[in-house]
Ligand binder design. Structure first.
Ligand SMILES: C[S@@+](CC[C@H](N)C(=O)[O-])C[C@H]1O[C@@H](n2cnc3c(N)ncnc32)[C@H](O)[C@@H]1O
Length: 430
């Protein structure tokens, strides 16, 4: 439908605008890389993928056709960003990082000892409630805003800066998962629920992929786009309240929700009850503190930062990072899900890996974490641990320094867990 396409294009344009700010960071990373005006642009495969008006920032959904690369040094090959002449490209095509056909399943990675890429960039920089004015009356704290509905529950900001980061992170996730939005073996889903939808970007992409499926995205914060596919709706709802949906779902998806719930088993139980028999629940999340295979993360500020966030969130009664995500399989089994599977991916903290695909993920993740860092820390450390803003600033600065240090071979575990609600009678045969 033309109107859908217009809407989609508008969203893509908006996203491209939002991501434009990251170009400076990317330009820093590329160092001396020369860009040629008017040369080839990234090619978008997925309808949801962002477009970029100069070709400097990659289209995270698909990216890097061979002719988008320019290469003159080993560093610049690794950068894999920018433009190229067609002649160069035809020679260099085999060097392209194929982001569509790889995924980032956890593996022991070899560090890139020869990499002189500095990775600089310090300044990268249920009771359904109807929309009312009060939910826009955001809490303001230390220059950031936080959701107003159920004030104080969720500890990351809801301002434009965080929304930009969530959209960037969505594209990083699409690269990580070889462009997949989910891993559960869905067959013609008719009703899908996206819990904690954030900017709604996953829900919109999913609705595009399944135009026959009614997709509902819920969140504590309003602010999702209004130009959306006809099969999407967003509602303001606290997923910790009693769910009052009038029909059951074929698929329930919750992404990056660790730290949000005080009672994960109860959340999973409600998901179970609101699924059709044979329906799937999928949890896509992150692990924290960071890990490494060679212990280079031990004693670092980036490791301490993760420990502090976990400690603070536990103190607020909402387990975060690995405190939650390592329990997903067990909690799902306890509630009665079957066919539970876990896929473990990884996000390097920067460009330390030798592997070109993982290096690319690290490059994006460094931007992602650096952009989010202040927001991740402020409310948690001031509210839960009684820190002063100045103390948080120091931790953020030290952690940012570690994020640039390629001698620290750290990564975030990125688990995806999915399971099926059994059909009546099926459980007895297990
Ligand atoms: C880290 S963001 C993830 C957003 C989105 N799922 C994504 O992957 O881009 C977590 C989101 O969950 C929302 N949230 C937190 N607690 C919630 C709750 N109890 N009920 C509904 N949404 C919640 C937050 O407002 C925020 O938008």
């Amino acid at each position: 439908m033309a109107s859908d396409e217009d809407g989609r294009a508008a969203i893509d344009r908006e996203l491209a605008d939002k991501l434009r700010g990251h170009r400076d960071f990317v330009a820093n990373v590329t160092g001396s890389q020369q860009r040629q005006e008017g040369a080839a642009r990234p090619v978008s495969h997925a309808s949801s993928a962002a477009t970029f008006d100069s070709g400097i920032v990659p289209d995270a959904g698909s990216v890097y056709q061979g002719n988008e690369h320019e290469k003159s040094t080993e560093d610049e090959q690794d950068v894999a960003i920018g433009t190229a002449t067609t002649a160069q490209a035809s020679v260099q095509q085999h060097d392209a990082v194929d982001l569509d056909n790889q995924n980032a399943e956890e593996q022991q990675l070899e560090p890139d000892e020869n990499d002189s890429d500095s990775a600089l960039g310090s300044d990268v920089a249920s009771v359904t409630t109807s929309l009312s004015e009060s939910i826009w009356n955001y809490r303001k704290e230390h220059g950031r805003t936080y959701h107003a509905y159920k004030d104080g529950k969720y500890i990351f900001p809801n301002d434009e800066r965080e929304a930009d980061r969530l959209d960037l992170q969505h594209h990083l996730l699409r690269i990580t998962y070889a462009n997949k939005l989910f891993f559960a073996p869905l067959q013609n889903p008719r009703r899908c629920l996206d819990i904690g939808t954030g900017t709604g970007i996953w829900a919109i992409d999913f609705a595009d992929q399944f135009p026959e499926c009614q997709v509902t995205g819920t969140d504590l914060s309003p602010g999702q786009p209004t130009m959306i596919p006809p099969n999407v709706k967003f509602i303001i709802d606290d997923a910790e309240d009693l769910w009052l949906y009038d029909e059951k779902f074929d698929f329930i998806h919750a992404r990056l929700m660790s730290g949000c719930f005080s009672n994960w088993p109860q959340f999973i139980q409600q998901a179970f009850e609101n699924l059709e028999p044979g329906g799937w629940l999928e949890l896509q999340d992150y692990g924290l503190p960071v890990k490494s295979f060679d212990d280079t993360h031990l004693g670092t500020d980036v490791f301490k930062w993760g420990q502090l966030l976990c400690e603070a969130s536990l103190k607020m009664g909402r387990p975060l990072g690995s405190d939650a995500s390592e329990q997903f399989q067990g909690w799902m089994r306890d509630v009665g899900f079957v066919d539970i599977q876990e896929k473990m991916f990884m996000w390097p903290i920067n460009t330390w890996p030798k592997d070109r695909f993982m290096k690319e993920l690290g490059r994006w993740n460094q931007v992602n974490i650096a952009e989010g860092l202040e927001g991740f820390c402020l409310a948690l450390l001031t509210r839960a641990l009684g820190w002063r803003k100045e103390e948080v600033d120091i931790l953020v600065a030290k952690t940012t320094t570690d994020l640039r240090n390629k001698k620290i071979h750290a990564y975030f575990p990125m688990p995806v867990v999915f399971g099926r609600k059994p059909f009546p009678g099926e459980v007895a045969f297990q």
